[in-house]
Design a protein around this ligand. Structure first.
Ligand code: C2E
Ligand code: MG
Ligand code: MG
Ligand code: MG
Length: 295
């Protein structure tokens, strides 16, 4: 808020006024620029997806990937999604971008399925804005039909922000998606306004525990009891758990012992370009063939 910033600035003397206003100006300009450039980004192929592997903790087996957006800006270089997705949401551009990401991810999943004959789940992030503004169920069905993808391998990641409005339409949308066999994952779990009521009333198949609870997880440490409680609750509700942001083998080990089924994080892989996922898929096939031969 500009007035409060000015007020605080004045309290600290004249020089600070110039400093604060210049800073705000720069930020406003930067945002305007991002907004304008983002409009062109889709058409000019500056957006692309990377895929971060998700593994079964007990075995390390690759079970899925999460599609994550990247923007290669022609002058500014790579821009992180945390920076451009809010801009896309405010301007409505998220509709076109989200649709592009969904279509690209599903097409990719189908192509891998045909090439490698391995069931690989594809997780796609959806913005709350996509639920408010568009016919999200119709779009998902259209993309599935068009790509020929098996809906059981599509997982849609929503955040607690989607559930905030919690009107009837969202319940119906999630129920319809889930009836088609699509999985729904609740992303960044524990950071938002999660009401436990959502978990029993809505069709949610998976919780992704946010990485703020995971990155410094130690046995008996401050987050251990929270994580244990989340795991117990998910088990009781029959919801799968995935821990985000696993960076060390100690954390992975502890989570597996605590009963968390799946994980994702730099310990395993960073988000990777499609070609590198293909190398991983080829490795999985080799392992699979070898283990069959041993039996
Ligand atoms: P998210 O969906 O929670 O994705 C996980 C984020 O954590 C990714 O950041 C990933 O690179 C990062 N990450 C994964 N493992 C680790 C780890 O071990 N340590 C640390 N420190 N970080 C890890 P990224 O790719 O920058 O994406 C940030 C957020 O942007 C995503 O958070 C998601 O909310 C949003 N986003 C990305 N792609 C899309 C998209 O296609 N649509 C929408 N609506 N949002 C997206
Ligand atoms: Mg996600
Ligand atoms: Mg997350
Ligand atoms: Mg997030």
């Amino acid at each position: 808020n500009a007035d409060t910033a000015m007020f605080h600035a004045k309290a600290h003397g004249r020089d600070n006024i110039a400093f604060f206003t210049q800073d705000m100006n720069e930020r406003a300009n930067e945002r305007l620029r991002l907004e304008n450039d983002l409009r062109r980004a889709i058409g000019q192929n500056q957006l692309y997806l990377v895929y971060q592997p998700q593994v079964e903790l007990a075995t390390g087996r690759l079970v899925g990937v999460e599609a994550l957006l990247r923007w290669q800006h022609p002058e500014l270089g790579p821009i992180a999604p945390d920076k451009f997705i809010p801009v896309a949401e405010d301007t409505g551009l998220i509709e076109a971008i989200g649709e592009w990401a969904l279509r690209t991810a599903c097409r990719q999943q189908r192509q891998w399925e045909l090439h490698y004959d391995l069931p690989l789940r594809m997780a796609v992030n959806l913005s709350p804005v996509q639920f408010q503004q568009s016919e999200i169920v119709a779009l998902v069905h259209e993309v599935i039909a068009e790509t020929g993808m098996n809906p059981e391998y599509l997982e849609l990641e929503i955040t607690e922000g989607v559930l905030l409005g919690s009107d009837e339409q969202i319940k119906i949308d999630l129920c319809q998606l889930s009836l088609s066999g699509i999985q729904i994952a609740l992303d960044d779990f524990g950071t938002g306004y999660s009401s436990l009521r959502y978990l029993s009333q809505l069709d949610i198949h998976k919780l992704k525990i946010d990485r703020t609870f995971i990155h410094n997880l130690t046995e008996g440490g401050p987050n251990a009891s929270i994580v244990a409680a989340i795991i117990a609750m998910a088990q009781n509700l029959g919801i799968t758990l995935l821990a985000e942001g696993i960076e060390t083998p100690e954390v992975a080990d502890l989570l597996a012992r605590m009963g968390c089924q799946e994980g994702q994080g730099y310990l395993y892989h960073r988000p990777l370009p499609a070609a590198e996922i293909e190398s991983l898929l080829a490795e999985e096939i080799t392992k699979h063939t070898l283990s069959k031969l041993m039996k």
